[in-house]
Design a protein around this ligand. Structure first.
Ligand code: AHG
Ligand code: MN
Ligand code: MN
Length: 338
């Protein structure tokens, strides 16, 4: 599809409708699904912007399935996303970070062809201090028969089955990034008119020597990673770490660099979750010319065994990811010589 510029005011809706022309015979369900996601993004963006005024900062007092304190905005974002997807009518099941079990969508909206995985609000530790946070989502076409309740097998499958994925970043502006077979495109919300406009067509991740990781934990990393980190210093690398995966990833997607959240001897699967954090971001990274690995194999080749499975993550510019994973493979796992 030919894309023109921001100047010409291509809205997300117009962009999505244009993609239908490239898929003759398409039912339009996918377009409506993305529209529902964009609606949730606008609602969440409005709340995030007003959170300090609306008494929405701080924790709810609950602890989620991950054992983490649920923030009020986590709850709002989760409820909003689920409501928008249910009412959109094309989602049969939603797997959210905030719920132990999947939401199996009931009648009258249950007959959707898609299942969605979502981290409704990533970067909770940054909510109360106005730093960037965001939503991460992945979309599979269901395997089970439409009209019947969706099943776990609809999401416990290889990441190569994803049909689309994206992020909505609530930063100095709100931006929706959508990855599909048509590539990765960014849409910036104009809050004055409530529309997402195409602002970043055909995103490709450049090569850059920037790393994003929580260096304070590096003593617990495997030897190959530690020696890589130490070699970065004084050799032209720069460091950027916000502590919101979605924001660190977004920065690197546009400007190049890599994000690392590795395994440690104590946490052999790392911290981040495969289905609704690593899978969608790996999909975006690959579609934008970058790559994503767990240190051994591409993230998208994995098949989750459970909904909230964790995974080590190295993601970003293809050359930097390849260089680091080679170092990880060559060195002893943990506690070996630096
Ligand atoms: P979430 O807010 O969805 O629970 O995710 C938080 C994650 C991720 O956003 C971030 O990269 C990571 O936690 C930060 O962890 P550290 O504080 O251990 O660096
Ligand atoms: Mn998260
Ligand atoms: Mn979250």
């Amino acid at each position: 599809m030919e894309l023109r510029g921001f100047d010409e005011g291509i809205t997300l809706d117009r962009f999505l409708l244009d993609t239908l022309r490239d898929h003759p015979g398409s039912s339009g369900d996918f377009v409506q699904l993305v529209q529902a996601i964009a609606l949730a993004g606008k609602l969440i963006s409005a709340r995030v912007n007003r959170a300090g005024l609306a008494g929405l900062l701080g924790a709810t007092g609950e602890v989620n399935v991950q054992g983490e304190f649920v923030q009020k905005l986590d709850r709002y974002a989760d409820d909003t996303f689920i409501r928008a997807l249910e009412h959109g009518g094309h989602t049969a099941m939603i797997v959210s970070e905030e719920a132990e079990d999947p939401v199996i969508v009931g009648p009258p909206w249950h007959s959707g062809r898609y299942v969605v995985t979502v981290d409704p609000l990533d970067g909770s530790s940054n909510i109360d201090c106005n730093a960037t946070i965001g939503t991460i989502f992945g979309i599979f076409r269901r395997k089970s028969e439409e009209g019947t309740p969706a099943v776990l097998g609809d999401v416990l499958r290889t990441g190569r089955d994803l049909v689309a994925a994206g992020t909505i970043v609530y930063g100095s502006g709100t931006m929706l990034v959508l990855g599909t077979d048509a590539g990765v495109h960014g849409f910036t919300l104009d809050p004055s008119v409530g529309e997402f406009f195409l602002s970043h067509p055909h995103i490709r991740t450049p090569s850059a020597r920037t790393y994003s990781c929580n260096e304070a934990y590096s003593d617990a990393w495997q030897a190959g990673l530690r020696s890589w980190l130490s070699d970065c210093k004084g050799s032209g690398w720069s460091s950027r770490y916000i502590g919101s995966l979605v924001a660190d990833f977004h920065r690197n997607l546009l400007k190049g660099g890599l994000f690392v959240y590795p395994a440690t001897a104590k946490a052999s699967a790392g911290k981040l979750r495969l289905l609704y954090e690593a899978f969608p971001l790996a999909f975006l990274a690959e579609k934008a010319g970058g790559s994503a690995t767990d240190g051994r194999a591409p993230i998208l080749d994995r098949i989750p065994n459970s909904l909230h499975e964790r995974v080590p993550l190295v993601i970003g510019s293809a050359d930097a990811v390849a260089e680091l994973t080679a170092r990880m493979a060559a060195d002893l796992p943990f506690g070996g010589p630096r």
